[in-house]
Design a binder for this molecule. Structure first.
Ligand code: TEU
Length: 628
């Protein structure tokens, strides 16, 4: 059904994307869903709501939202099915960030394959190792067909693939196809020659002649010299902002043209509307798969379809989401079509695995991307659980695990068996989760083990990020000089431009910088933790990870068992069962630092926990796993 201003709030809530957006808003505002689900509000028309909130949200808001909702006509299936078995549902993944896993590039990773195998890992996701000028640590690819010199050679890459395969492990590479480096041959030719076939691989646009008023972002854009600013009329083609600070457009004075970059100034967005570009991408994916790669993690893959004409973003949504324009591309009108085509043309012939990185995708849209019958992606990474309601990554606050529990209760059974989930707490884009929960570090060890248990026993595929297995924490960076990430510097400059003092701006960067997760892996700590004696009652985090992964491997309930939440409404304690014909498990976890009553279940025997024994009240962040 097409929605319009005559539609009612309840119609919007019935629409999958509409419901996702409403829930996201409610979460941000800390309001209960009763606010929209009660019949009085539910029966109000959007026209009436517009009269009530119109001033606050501005004139274009409703049109923009309706445009977005009307671009999605499907809904996830309502029936319940049993999940089909797949290797990637059973596997434990481990993300390697090659710049800091070792300082030896790909040969360094090969050296650590035995370590990963001993840990119990089945597959690695390798962040980009392609040739790149490294403006964004390899997420700015210059050549998809060659390896970054400092990481090694194509022969090293082949050796990595065979080293993994000979150990029965798999390799998932990073696929960055929303953008390329501005040093990619395609972009260079496209910029230099207006009639190049590559011109339409990117978004080149003239200034927006009709934009009203003077746009002073141009003056603040330090990448453009004063002389150039004369020829530059200060009007980028639209008002979108970049995730890494400043406008999402680069101006090229010699050609008097702009090009779109949602990320850094050197990461130019690709135009997926162009079939020739899509064919180049599919060809490249097939080339890697033919080499033996087992699948890909698809970088910001939900951004590849932009609304036609690249219309301005809504200012209200921009303020709310911190980035202007996102609603014009985070779930674009041709996204499903492109994903189906990519799967069919490149993944399907190799039976390859895909996990999409999809910032901003909610529960229902997530199903439309991953439900098996839709033949799009196998899995997605969404990030709603990484921050508490109303908080962003750059807020300095204490993360409450009750949010994580609420998130899981809502999400993990929602797919009705048609889809599957990813279970992760860290990656190369986020500060360390255990530091967000407890900045004092006092409970770092029980917390690291608690997260490991949840990750290995909930319904979904675990993705460990390098360092999780030794309980890695945030770093004590002293100033911006210690920070290398292009995102942190861009956002720091935005904060200064907004009037924040250098100290306050640094404090925010310190809370959210991606560098916490990008420092060198602490191999001396690995050695220390490996040395902990088997009989030691208080196992190191590393030994604990090994044990729990080994146990998960022999416990079918951890993978395919149905998931049943107990006491879902009880705060502070998280209890669930996984039920399977080969045996059941029961997990209980104290989500805070106050003692909580244990409610062990009849017939269940204690298997493993993060304190030396499993008796009495639950201690701070204590988790216990039982079997029956
Ligand atoms: O990340 C995209 C992404 O969602 C984050 O950078 C996000 O924009 C940011 O956290 C805002 O909250 C992927 C990669 O994982 C990241 O390392 C790259 O920098 C980025 O894409 C561009 O390729």
């Amino acid at each position: 059904m097409q929605l319009s201003l005559n539609s009612k709030v309840k119609d919007v809530c019935k629409h999958p994307l509409g419901r996702d957006i409403v829930e996201k808003l409610l979460l941000q505002l800390g309001k209960s869903s009763w606010l929209v689900d009660n019949p009085i509000v539910g029966n109000l028309s959007l026209k009436t709501i517009k009269v009530i909130v119109g001033k606050k949200v501005g004139p274009g808001f409703f049109d923009v939202v309706l445009d977005l909702l009307n671009s999605e006509l499907d809904s996830p299936r309502a029936d319940i099915v049993s999940p089909t078995p797949a290797w990637w549902k059973e596997a434990v993944f481990y993300q390697v960030y090659p710049r800091s896993f070792t300082d030896q590039g790909i040969p360094g990773i090969i050296d650590k394959l035995d370590y990963l195998q001993n840990l119990g890992v089945d597959a690695i996701w390798l962040s980009p190792v392609y040739d790149s000028p490294n403006d964004d640590n390899g997420y700015d690819i210059r050549d998809y067909y060659s390896i970054m010199r400092e990481f090694g050679t194509m022969e090293d890459m082949d050796a990595l693939i065979s080293g993994l395969h000979s150990r029965g492990m798999k390799l998932v590479m990073d696929l960055v196809v929303n953008h390329t480096s501005d040093e990619h041959q395609w972009f260079k030719e496209a910029l230099d020659n207006e009639s190049s076939p590559y011109r339409d691989f990117y978004f080149f646009r003239k200034s927006h002649a009709n934009r009203n008023g003077h746009d002073d972002r141009a003056e603040h854009d330090s990448s453009i010299s004063l002389g150039d600013k004369k020829s530059y009329d200060g009007k980028p083609p639209n008002n979108w902002t970049s995730f890494f600070g400043g406008p999402a457009w680069n101006y090229y004075p010699e050609q008097d043209i702009w090009a779109l970059h949602l990320f850094s100034k050197k990461q130019m967005d690709l135009n997926w509307e162009n079939p020739a570009l899509r064919e180049e991408i599919y060809k490249m994916v097939r080339w890697w798969l033919a080499k033996g790669v087992d699948g890909f993690r698809l970088d910001v893959i939900n951004y590849i379809s932009k609304f036609e004409g690249l219309p301005d973003g809504d200012d209200f949504i921009g303020q709310l989401m911190k980035y202007t324009g996102v609603e014009r591309y985070f779930y674009g009108p041709r996204l499903h079509e492109y994903l189906k085509e990519l799967r069919q043309e490149a993944f399907e012939p190799f039976k390859a695995f895909s996990v999409g990185e999809t910032p901003g995708i909610g529960l229902r849209a997530g199903r439309l991307l991953t439900d098996e019958y839709r033949k799009e992606l196998d899995l997605i990474f969404s990030f709603d659980h990484l921050e508490a309601p109303g908080k962003t990554r750059f807020d300095d606050y204490q993360y409450d695990l009750v949010h994580l529990k609420d998130h899981y209760v809502k999400h993990l059974n929602f797919d009705g068996g048609h889809g599957w989930h990813t279970l992760f707490y860290n990656n190369h884009d986020n500060p360390r989760m255990i530091s967000k929960i407890d900045s004092s570090g006092l409970y770092a060890k029980p917390l690291a083990k608690l997260l490991a248990v949840l990750q290995m026993t909930l319904r979904g595929t675990p993705f460990i990020y390098q360092g999780d297995e030794i309980g890695a924490k945030n770093e004590n960076f002293a100033s911006m000089d210690d920070i290398h990430d292009v995102e942190s510097h861009g956002i720091y400059n935005d904060y200064l431009a907004e009037g924040l003092g250098p100290e306050a701006a640094f404090k925010r960067i310190l809370a959210g910088t991606r560098d916490h997760a990008r420092v060198m892996m602490k191999w001396d700590e690995v050695l220390r933790q490996q040395g902990v004696n088997e009989s030691d009652a208080d196992l190191s985090v590393l030994r604990f990870y090994q044990d729990i992964i080994r146990w998960r491997r022999q416990t079918c309930a951890c993978v395919y068992g149905t998931l049943e939440f107990l006491d879902a409404k009880t705060k502070d304690v998280f209890r669930y069962k996984r039920l399977h014909e080969d045996g059941n498990i029961f997990v209980e976890a104290n989500l805070g630092i106050n003692a909580a009553k244990s409610a062990s279940q009849e017939g269940f025997m204690f298997v493993i926990g993060n304190y030396s024994d499993g008796f009495g009240d639950l201690r701070p962040y204590e988790v216990r796993v039982y079997e029956h």
